[in-house]
Design a protein around this ligand. Structure first.
Ligand SMILES: [Zn+2]
Length: 493
């Protein structure tokens, strides 16, 4: 068990946790948002972030502090908390991003970590190599090797109570991300940012983001706090949390505001295109879009940044509530409708349903079947696996309805898309209590047929008969041939 991180609730891959940050003497509840603060210009002051928005942690760039003479002197003399006037935890980035953007930075891992320690950072970051997507494998491997050497150096630096990030790189190679995760997890470092995913998000490659994070998560232990580095749009937080990410940082709230862009959980709007404000935060209840447009530049930027933050923090709270209520995946499905590329992200997440299933609670409040993607949720995967372990008599009638036929069969099991068959005794237990639409779809039927196949293949001695309501031929094809079929809709009964 990792000392600084405690997991309280889980849902799919998501979790509510507590990250203890000893140097700041605060405990941060996760999933948490870290607003990015530029020490040279803050749109919303750190004090206001804490008091008005409830920010428990923020992130600032130690390389900017290091490189700006007067800021550096004040940070060294008074400490970051005093400099920024922030009572919560402060994470510092090392400047790897600058490395990626501008090619070179001129400090070593020891120097930048010691500097972060000296200015009073609570969570410091070594200088890793943020390998971009799609590079040749040899480059991804050799840069990962450098990052790993630096993590090993970071382990030896005396940083007192400061927690230290262990970035997980590996470009778009899931197996390298997995190896990187395993290596990082084996160090004595504390928090695990999945790095260099910004270029993927800028290109709306949410499917690749999911594969990369899933790889890193396979390597990291389930008790490792994970930071999805650079993911600041609230549209993707639910997906990120469902993958198992605990920390998110947002520069977007300020950068978008500077550009007159208005964040929502389903995308971004340009202020000039808005006739109404679809939000009830203090900014959106005080101003109309025309009034916002009429403000001077600095004021408008500040008000838009405040709205962007309200939306962002509200989404984090909504996600936590969803984890507590056990309907995080319903929220992810809803968010996936915001953009076709988000839907790609969700569909890719479901490719990893096996992986999610390991942390998904056995029992939750409700399972709502709200799209055909629901047929691939971890609960369905788990039920199918369970079917292989249930004991069955010599002959079983699997039926979507109709009479039980106790005289013809030893037992009669319900068939419910998308889960498939189950003994009646289980019908009151999760997830078989699911709410499913009356007008079912092919994905649910296919999943049900797949469940039947698993049950039948696990019990070669048992005779099975399936009573279904008009299942199409292509669905019935996945039911093993030796199963007798009765189509109630065709009047077979
Ligand atoms: Zn608003």
């Amino acid at each position: 068990m990792r000392e600084c991180f405690e997991i309280r609730d889980t849902d799919a891959g998501g979790r509510i946790g507590r990250l203890a940050v000893p140097r700041a003497d605060v405990t941060v509840e996760t999933p948490a948002l870290l607003p990015v603060i530029n020490p040279n210009l803050d749109t919303i002051s750190p004090r206001r972030l804490a008091e008005e928005f409830g920010a428990e942690i923020l992130i600032t760039n130690s390389y900017i502090v290091y490189g700006t003479d007067d800021v550096r002197e004040r940070a060294l003399a008074d400490g970051l908390h005093e400099l920024l006037d922030f009572p919560g935890a402060i994470m510092t980035d090392s400047g790897s991003f600058q490395l990626a953007e501008y090619g070179e930075i001129d400090v070593t891992t020891e120097e930048i970590l010691e500097f972060q320690y000296e200015i009073g950072s609570d969570i410091g970051t070594p200088v890793d190599i943020p390998t971009p997507p799609d590079v040749p494998r040899e480059r991804a491997e050799s840069e990962l090797e450098t990052t790993q050497e630096r993590l090993e150096v970071a382990e030896t630096v005396d940083t007192g109570e400061m927690l230290v990030n262990a970035p997980v790189q590996g470009s778009t190679y899931p197996d390298l991300r997995e190896a990187a995760g395993r290596h990082a997890d084996a160090t004595n470092l504390d928090v695990f940012p999945v790095g260099a995913v910004v270029p993927l998000m800028n290109d709306y490659r949410y499917d690749d983001v999911v594969d990369v994070v899933a790889g890193a998560k396979r390597g990291l232990g389930s008790d490792a706090p994970v930071h999805l580095f650079g993911a600041g749009h609230p549209m993707m937080f639910a997906l990120g949390v469902a993958m198992g990410c605990d920390l998110f940082d947002s520069a977007a709230y300020a950068l978008y505001a500077r550009d007159d862009r208005y964040l929502t959980v389903s995308g971004t709007h340009h202020l000039e295109d808005l006739d109404y404000l679809p939000c009830s935060c203090p900014v959106c209840t005080e101003y109309s879009p025309a009034e916002l447009r009429a403000l001077d530049d600095e004021r408008r930027e500040e008000e838009l940044a405040a709205h962007n933050l309200h939306v962002t923090f509200a989404e984090i709270r909504r996600i936590k509530q969803a984890i507590r209520a056990g309907n995080l995946l319903e929220l992810v499905e809803e968010r996936a409708r915001a953009h076709p590329t988000m839907l790609d992200g969700y569909r890719t997440l479901l490719d990893h349903a096996d992986q999610l299933e390991r942390s998904d609670p056995v029992s939750k409040g409700s399972f709502f079947y709200v799209s055909h993607e629901s047929a691939r949720r971890p609960e369905v995967v788990r039920h199918h696996r369970r079917l292989e372990r249930l004991s069955v008599p010599d002959s079983v009638f699997l039926t979507e309805g109709g009479p039980a036929r106790g005289d013809e069969f030893d037992d009669s099991w319900r068939v419910e898309p998308p889960f498939g068959p189950f003994p009646r005794a289980l019908s009151k237990s999760y997830p078989l209590t699911a709410e499913v639409p009356d007008r079912t779809d092919r994905s649910a039927l296919r999943a049900a047929a797949d469940g039947i196949r698993r049950l039948v293949e696990a019990n070669p001695e048992t005779e099975f008969t399936l009573g279904h309501r008009g299942w199409p031929e292509d669905v019935l094809e996945s039911v093993p041939e030796r199963v007798d079929r009765i189509d109630f809709d065709a009047g077979d009964e």
